[in-house]
Write a protein of this length. Sequence first.
Length: 202
Amino acid sequence: MARRRGLSAEDKALWSRVAATAVALHPARKQAEPAPEPRPLKKPPAMPQATPQIAPLPLAGLRIGGKPSAGTTRLDLSPPPREALHAQPLRMDHKTHRQMSRGKLVPEARIDLHGMTLAVAQPVLTRFILQARAEGRRLVLVITGKGREGGPDAPLPVRPGALRHNVPHWLHMPPLNAMVLQVRPAHRRHGGEGAYYVYLRR
């Protein structure tokens, strides 16, 4: 077997010159530098919030389970019957109305609802007005009474004179509104605030 011959000195010198001029086909690529991390956003300084000021309730003199004092205010948004009736337009003759308001006209019939409950008084009033109209009467008197306060021990505010407040409403509701021409508080000689003049249509 032939022995392998090594490179001669001349061959080695030639190879060294070639190697010195050689250029690599795939040069080592530079690794991409990592992107810098984004800086954290600075939060705007918190604005101081105004604390709402709540006025303290006047609790002086209040006691759990205590009774209301005599000066307790009761809220009643509806006007008194006298003011509500006077605010309505005048439908009857002016001269007759003036005489009626002064108590110079004598009622042709009267009914006393004083002491009745609302459930009983309304049908009684309806029958009375129907009968008076059938008999051809013009001026009738409806007595309700002034009513009394509920008293300091009442669990809820009670409007005094339930009949006094409800009778005008009943007279302006069907079927009575087709028969009633005018409703006015009575003169003091006929009951004052505890009674009403009811002037019927022909």
